[in-house]
Write a protein that binds this ligand. Structure first.
Ligand code: NDP
Ligand code: MG
Length: 384
């Protein structure tokens, strides 16, 4: 694959990561060919993208929306079509940029087929990281991180002997509510929560940044991507989002990866490997920044962080339950059904009500997600 045109499939092409990925493709003529695109509902943008990039396989998973479109639209419909595209061995790199738990079936399909998957969908690693990792060892599949922190760690670790690595420090911006008093944050409005100070992202991940669920999910993501125990992964608050993360070395020194907060950089890197990235995005001007700050994370301000990470340490299906409860709670918050402070209540009550089972096959994880969704919806109804 070195040096040749890479055939890529973008799952979740109409979202924030998907659109940035197509921006990377457009900026690097001759490097990539888009052979597949998939989205859930946004047919208009999906078809526009398909025509602009001359894409042969175009998938919409929402059958109700698809049935309202004219027959002349060359679309495949449904989740099966999405997993078939993820498993297609004519694709060099599958970018999994679907949001939420919907990213798990295609992640499983890609890894089962031994594919190279550029993985933005952290929820699949959270729900089934151990299973995906085991399966990848059997099939030879590769999971290349897209999340900026994990891309940074990957780049710092690349080529480094394992014995030299003693830990990982993930940076957290502190999210959109970082300067509010805890009581004020509890009552934050949707508009306020969606104003992220440093990153421009989709709504779910932006709300997750405000609760710091995002950082808990990222600790779990790092656990599986880099095969490193939880007690070797730290989080530090870094307001500027310039140091994307750090690797702690066995002699006490650190390697860090710095850059402007622009997701096109880690996306381009993951799609290009093993080739060097072609487009040079704007570098950050350190002198203009003046200083970089680091603070200890005050976990008492972010109850969801401890809840989700605690579930991950419990193991089995518990992290899948926590992540699903969060997904339901975030949807409910975004539609105005519950308040910001209720997100933690929904996660806690769901974790208390769903029993933990071994996460030893995909069905066990999907079943736990299903039960968690039911319980979380009930918790939302009780709060609304
Ligand atoms: P968005 O909400 O912006 O986009 C989500 C995409 O997934 C859309 O294309 C959506 O289609 C599609 N999608 C959702 N459900 C389905 C489904 N059932 N079948 C097919 N497609 C589906 O999300 P982001 O781009 O922000 O995030 C994507 C993933 O990347 C998340 O897991 C997130 O945590 C992760 N991530 C995002 C970052 C960012 O900067 N945005 C940074 C790091 C990680 P439609 O538009 O039709 O609904
Ligand atoms: Mg991140």
């Amino acid at each position: 694959m070195t040096g040749s045109v890479k055939r890529i499939a973008v799952l979740g092409s109409t979202g924030s990561i998907g659109r940035s990925a197509l921006d990377v493709v457009a900026a690097s003529p001759g490097r990539f060919e888009v052979v597949g695109l998939a989205a859930r509902r946004n047919a208009r943008l999906l078809l526009e993208q398909a025509s602009r990039f001359r894409v042969a396989r175009v998938i919409l998973t929402d059958s109700d929306i698809a049935s309202g479109l004219s027959d002349s639209m060359p679309l495949e419909v449904g989740l099966d079509a999405l997993t078939r595209l993820a498993a297609d061995r004519d694709v060099d790199v599958v970018l999994n940029a679907v949001s939420g738990s919907a990213g798990l079936p295609p992640a499983f399909a890609a890894v089962s087929a031994g594919a190279r998957m550029a993985i933005a969908n952290k929820e699949s690693l959270v729900a089934a990281g151990g299973l995906l990792k085991e399966l990848a060892t059997e099939t030879g599949a590769e999971m290349i991180p897209v999340d900026s922190e994990h891309s940074a760690v990957y780049r710092c670790m690349r080529g480094m002997p394992r014995a030299e690595i003693s830990g990982i420090t993930l940076t957290a911006s502190g999210g959109p509510l970082r300067d509010l008093a805890a009581g004020e944050a509890e009552r934050a409005t949707v508009g306020r929560v969606l104003e992220h100070p440093t990153w421009d992202m989709g709504p779910k991940v932006t709300v997750d940044s405000a609760t710091l669920v995002n950082k808990a999910l990222e600790v779990i993501e790092a656990r599986w991507l880099f095969d490193i125990e939880f007690d070797r992964i730290d989080v530090v608050v870094h307001r500027e989002s310039v140091v994307h993360s750090m690797v702690l070395l066995s002699d006490g020194s650190m390697m860090a990866h710095l850059g402007a907060p622009d997701m096109r950089v880690p996306i381009q890197y993951a799609l290009s490997l093993p080739d060097a990235p072609a487009v040079e995005y704007e570098a950050c001007d350190l002198a203009a920044l003046g200083s970089l700050s680091f603070e200890e994370l005050d976990e008492s301000r972010y109850p969801c962080f401890g809840l989700v990470l605690g579930a991950a340490k419990t193991g089995g299906t518990a992290p899948a339950v926590a992540a699903t409860a969060d997904e339901v709670a975030v949807e409910a918050f975004l539609t105005g059904a519950i308040g910001f402070g209720d997100i933690a209540r929904v996660i806690e009550s769901t974790l208390n009500r769903v029993s933990v089972e071994p996460a030893d096959c995909l069905d066990a994880v999907l079943e736990a997600e299903c039960e968690a969704r039911r319980e979380a919806e009930e918790a939302v109804a009780g709060l609304a």
